[in-house]
Ligand binder design. Structure first.
Ligand SMILES: [Zn+2]
Length: 121
């Protein structure tokens, strides 16, 4: 098995390296010119006083979670908020569909492989 199929998330990361550099430059340019990313808030089950994955109340969009009681987030859906916008590295990962959990698991597997190689040597 080649490293490419063994570590697919790292392979994706490597494939978009140049594009990530360009995006990173653009992001820096935006910030240095006073442009900042913001997003509209969309209420989720966690915005409500009572929420859970099983039980009574109104189901969320995914149908798996529910909420009831008062909405506690205090946010509006027609206002742009700059907080909660992921940092650039995380945004680029989202854009390129790179799963941070899988990436981290692959990293752990690489270290484990290295340790096993060193033990065998
Ligand atoms: Zn909310």
């Amino acid at each position: 098995m080649s490293d490419e199929t063994k570590y697919p998330e790292h392979e994706k990361l490597r494939a978009v390296h140049d594009q990530t550099l360009l995006l990173s430059e653009f992001y820096d340019w935006l910030e240095s010119n006073g442009y900042h990313l913001a997003r509209f808030h969309g209420h989720t089950h966690s915005c409500y006083e009572e929420s859970g994955s099983d039980g009574p109340g109104r189901p969320d969009a995914d149908g798996l979670r529910w909420h009831s009681g008062d909405r506690m987030c205090g946010l509006r859906t027609d206002v742009l908020y700059s907080y909660g916008v992921p940092p650039p590295s995380q945004l680029f990962g989202l854009y390129f569909d790179i799963d941070p959990k899988k990436l981290s698991a692959e990293k752990d597997a690489m270290y484990e492989e290295l340790r096993a190689t060193n033990r065998a040597a």
